[in-house]
Design a protein around this ligand. Structure first.
Ligand code: EPU
Length: 416
């Protein structure tokens, strides 16, 4: 298994480009299932999760062709509406095939994802919404077996805000008969990106980006060419990496309008930020100030940036409190940060971080994607060498992370 070795203490300086967003790419790839025509996607990041999704789609009979950041998909030959446990257990986003398969093919067999490192993460809201649209669903031997002649528009109120749940229901509703209203919908920018693609394919969607999405079903959708939005969590992660090292970086293609609260927190921490059309420039002070935060659905502070800010707070001046409200087990990075010398107390969904003057390199273990990113950030600051094991998590969600950090002057290498 690959490891990363990082020698800390080098200030990040320079310019890199932000990749396409993982969490927009995954639902958008699944949207190919909704049409017989060609979907041409640009700015698709090279990530393990994207490769897994392409394998699932190919297995279903979709023609997939990739050239660098461009992916062409043709689901005219869709003949096997089946997502096996073997894939779903490695990537929960596989559940995003369920809505589009039902909408266009009328049946689907998709493995239940089960729990994962950050929480139980059930998919009951996806199922409840599809049932409201008339799908017959039962669970058998760990699989969701779903059928529907043609889905019917419905009013759906989700019990909690769910990102992939909203995406799945939106993709189901675009081909349903009549109007679907999704209330308590997630407002994440990735939902808007998916809606923009679907609209380009001929769907009628209003309100994406608000908590009420109205969809008037159409009979068929056509092909489209679409460029995936830049990754806001990758952007936030590199801003944190620059911030902790007292760096000065420019992130090309970073979009500031979808990062408001993250940028606010970095300003509170003492960073100087310039927003430009071409990207975001950040200059960090010699020592950051502690910043408290509470995660919640967009536009509040993203749970996917919580771990990275814990790393910043570990060496900031002062005390920060962090409250995680989305996932029940998303503090696994705290104990690993403590191996580097961080002073963190965990009490249920709350963490208290007392900033220390220095971290010292050690061996640590990555537990999930964003936890791994927080360990990389802390390692860039820690004195001496840090070895991070199980970095396959990073490969799921960060395109060319070592290359990008090296380009900014980090001392980082992958050991195979
Ligand atoms: N939930 C339910 N039932 C459901 C759906 C969700 O109880 O049917 C609960 C979850 O257990 C969780 C909360 O609702 O406590 C919110 O979960 P959500 O469904 O919004 O999460 P998700 O759609 O599975 C996406 C991202 C995650 C990100 C979350 C929250 C993708 C592919 N994944 O997951 O991204 O953390 O939204 O913003 O979009 C990551 O990129 O590292 C990552 C984990």
């Amino acid at each position: 298994m690959d490891k990363l070795k990082i020698e800390g203490g080098h200030s990040l300086k320079g310019e890199i480009e932000i990749s396409g967003a993982k969490n927009a790419a995954l639902p958008i790839l699944c949207a190919c299932l909704l049409t017989q025509e060609l979907l041409e996607l640009e700015n698709v990041p090279h990530l393990q999760d994207v490769e897994t999704m392409l394998k699932i789609l190919e297995h279903m009979g979709v023609g997939c062709f990739r050239e660098k950041q461009k992916v062409s998909l043709n689901a005219a030959g869709l003949n096997n509406p089946y997502a096996a446990y073997q894939w779903v257990k490695t990537m929960r986003a596989s559940i995003l095939t369920l809505g589009p398969l039902l909408a266009r093919y009328g049946e689907a067999k998709v493995s239940l994802p089960g729990g994962c490192a950050i929480g139980a993460r059930p998919v009951d809201q996806h199922i409840k919404g599809l049932e409201a649209m008339g799908a017959e669903i039962h669970l058998e031997e760990g699989y969701i077996i779903a059928r529907a002649k043609r889905l019917k528009g419905a009013r759906i109120f989700t019990d909690m805000v769910t990102v992939t749940g909203t995406e799945n229901l939106m993709m189901a509703a675009v081909l349903a008969e009549g109007e679907t209203v999704i209330e308590n919908a997630a407002r994440e920018p990735e939902i808007v990106d998916l809606a923009n693609l679907l609209i380009q394919m001929g769907a009628q969607i209003n309100g994406a980006g608000t908590d009420i999405i109205r969809i008037e079903g159409v009979k068929t959708l056509h092909g489209a060419r679409y460029a995936i939005m830049p990754d806001r969590i990758e952007t936030g992660t590199y801003l944190c990496a620059a911030a902790i090292t007292g760096g000065d970086v420019f992130l090309r293609r970073a979009r500031n309008t979808i990062l408001d609260i993250v940028l606010d927190k970095l300003l509170d921490a003492g960073c100087t930020i310039h927003l430009e059309n071409a990207g975001i420039h950040l200059k960090a002070p010699p020592r950051l100030k502690a910043v408290s935060l509470r995660t919640a659905p967009y536009p509040a502070f993203p749970t996917d940036m919580q771990a990275q800010f814990m790393a910043l707070n570990a060496v900031a001046e002062g005390v920060a409190t962090i409250r995680e409200t989305i996932f029940e087990n998303r503090f696994m990075h705290a104990v690993e940060l403590m191996r580097l010398g961080a002073d963190i107390q965990i009490d249920g969904a709350n963490a208290t971080v007392h900033g220390v003057a220095r971290l010292l390199g050690a061996s640590v273990m990555a537990t999930d994607l964003r936890a791994s990113a927080s360990l990389v950030i802390a390692a860039l600051k820690a004195e001496g060498e840090t070895t991070i094991e199980r970095i396959y998590h990073l490969d799921r969600g960060y395109e060319q992370m070592e290359q990008k950090l090296s380009a900014l002057g980090a001392q980082i290498k992958r050991v195979r």
